[in-house]
Design a protein around this ligand. Sequence first.
Ligand SMILES: [Zn+2]
Ligand SMILES: [Zn+2]
Ligand SMILES: [Zn+2]
Ligand SMILES: [Zn+2]
Length: 246
Amino acid sequence: MLLVAGSYLEPIRVGDTVRYPNTGETPVVTAIHERSDGTALADLLFARGSTGCGYRLTDLEHMSRPAVEPAVQPCRRRHDPARACAPCAEATDPVTTGCAAVLCSKPATNLVVWSLPSSGQQAKALCAADTERHLALLRDIRARVIALADGTHSLLADGSGTQVATCRHCGHRIYLYPALLGGREPWRDGAFDETGRCQLAEDRHAIRIVHEPAVTLAVLDYARAAATCGTTFDGHNLANCPARRP
Ligand SMILES: [Zn+2]
Ligand SMILES: [Zn+2]
Ligand SMILES: [Zn+2]
Ligand SMILES: [Zn+2]
């Protein structure tokens, strides 16, 4: 029987300290996600609390294993609670979108939608003070002011006032269309999605689950890292998912 070199390697598990040969760093593995094509990807916690995700397990060298698997931390990964971890430090910070007013660095709280005969409908996310200023500027032009939904991190650029978030279950972009405001289970993965059901999460858990926004930075970060299509940063929706095209 012929054994290849890889068969002697210790399989890497959550909690293990590994060596990342590209940089010589020795981070710990805090989560392992399996893509739909079978590739296993690790989330890593480096020295001084920086983190990364999407590292192929096959690119890491096993070094050591703790006596017990560490417990889940606020960043939703497993690691020694005594270790510095940047996502843990921001775990309860809400997901927000910045106020669109020039020179304002506050988070937006309102969605203001108005239309002008010359330029059609427009929408802006604004903080409370800039909402007042903007309404004053619009004077007698009718505007609709809507409280931004928890988890909204951007608006569609088409002036429709559609809010964009990331699903905490599947890690894909989801949309709150103005027509669905105030309804139950209003988030959709695209204009043709009539139910808002989160197929990827339903496949995994075998119960009915709808798309719901990640409302804290830690949950957002974890949802993106755990997206099973593995294309975590371009923020595509399920309808455009390269892993789900027939
Ligand atoms: Zn952490
Ligand atoms: Zn502002
Ligand atoms: Zn989803
Ligand atoms: Zn996808």
